[in-house]
Design a binder for this molecule. Structure first.
Ligand SMILES: O=c1ccn([C@@H]2O[C@H](COP(=O)(O)OP(=O)(O)O[C@H]3OC[C@@H](O)[C@H](O)[C@H]3O)[C@@H](O)[C@H]2O)c(=O)[nH]1
Length: 350
């Protein structure tokens, strides 16, 4: 009895368990199918997505590649080919400022200094200078172009200064005589101040016009000139004469006295007096005779220049004659025609 009852109980339990097991198995089956379905749809989605992405990528590539090609071509055509530049060691390479460096003479000097391997900063206000005279250096790591008027102070660090900033042809410098005077006086003072502050050597581009209407031919460096201070060319002649005077004053005057003067002016006091310069006011042709304690200066009295990059309408005799000859016009000789000039051809071969 008991055993039959146990058997029934056991079969009832096992049937329930069977049902339970069957239920679990069914659920597991459904779950696995569901999982597979989800997996499949995920894979399907991914492959569709990947496929789509690949298609988009390849389409982008198709569009972009010709553009890349174009950019490469443009880069090739824009690659600036600079004139050859020597390599100079850190010790030999100088930082050089050329004022008026975009002008006719200044730009040839800039070429020479650049090709010699120096770092050149050109300062020009482009009154008679032209950007195109130095455009072949723009972007070069040794070259810098600053649009600046030397009448305003300039604060940079340099080892040498070539001070050429000034209009040079009679029509240009007579166009605005006060501006010409300011450029040659205040401008030169600013450059000398800069030279003193940074301990740079300065070369002033002076002119044969400091001799004025000379009574001596040819003029030697110790000739003092024959200048009309109120004549039509006075702004340039006298401007350059003062510029030379300032150069030699800065050279001969001991540095501490220049500084003292500046300080006393700033304080509103009278300049320090009673101390004599130890130099002598000799001719610029003999700078070695002067005790150089102040700014180291050089003065070059440049005569009548001509050459490539000279402005067609410069107004000086050579360009005037060439222009007239090319146009089949008669050459105009001013005055008696007995005047004499020394001419200098200026050019640097790139
Ligand atoms: O068409 C002309 C132009 C000029 N001349 C004469 O040629 C001579 C030279 O005159 P330019 O105008 O070329 O200039 P200058 O020689 O007087 O001064 C020049 O040279 C020295 C530089 O430092 C000066 O910056 C520059 O102006 C002058 O006697 C002038 O009267 C002509 O006979 N015809």
């Amino acid at each position: 009895m008991l055993s039959q009852a146990l058997l029934r109980l056991a079969s009832a339990v096992s049937r329930r368990r069977m049902k339970l097991l069957l239920g679990i198995a069914l659920l597991a089956y459904v779950a696995s199918i569901w999982g597979n379905l989800v997996n499949m749809s995920f894979l399907l989605n991914r492959s569709i997505q990947e496929n789509g992405e690949l298609k988009i990528e390849s389409r982008i590539e198709e569009i972009v590649e010709p553009l890349r090609e174009k950019i490469r071509d443009l880069e090739k055509s824009f690659t600036q080919k600079y004139p050859p530049v020597k390599f100079l060691s850190e010790k030999d390479r100088k930082r050089i400022l050329v004022t008026g460096g975009a002008g006719f003479v200044g730009s040839h000097l800039t070429d020479k200094l650049m090709m010699d391997g120096h770092e050149v900063t050109v300062v020009d206000n482009f009154f008679t200078g032209r950007k195109r005279n130095v455009e072949h250096w723009i972007g070069h790591e040794n070259f810098e172009l600053i649009n600046h008027d030397v009448v305003e102070p300039l604060y940079i660090e340099v080892d040498q200064i070539y001070h050429l900033a000034s209009p040079a042809s009679p029509p240009s410098y007579m166009y605005n005589p006060i501006k010409t005077l300011k450029t040659n006086t205040i401008g030169t003072l600013n450059m000398l101040g800069l030279a003193k502050r940074v301990g740079a050597r300065l070369l002033l581009a002076s002119t044969s016009e400091v001799y004025g209407d000379p009574e001596v031919h040819p003029q030697t460096e110790d000739y003092w000139g024959h200048v009309n201070p109120i004549g039509p060319r006075a702004c340039y002649d006298e401007g350059k004469r003062v510029a030379e005077t300032m150069c030699y004053a800065y050279m001969k005057q001991p540095p501490d006295l220049i500084t003292e003067n500046r300080a006393s002016h700033q304080d509103g006091k009278a300049p320090v007096s009673g101390r004599k310069s130890r130099g002598t006011c000799g001719a610029p042709g003999s700078p070695s005779s002067v005790l150089q304690e102040g700014v180291e200066v050089r003065v070059a009295r440049i005569f009548n220049t001509f050459g490539p990059r000279m402005h067609m309408n410069d107004g000086r005799v050579v360009s005037n004659f060439i222009l007239q000859a090319l146009q089949g016009e008669p050459l105009t000789v001013y005055g008696s025609g007995s005047q004499t000039r020394a001419f200098q051809y200026v050019r640097t071969t790139l």
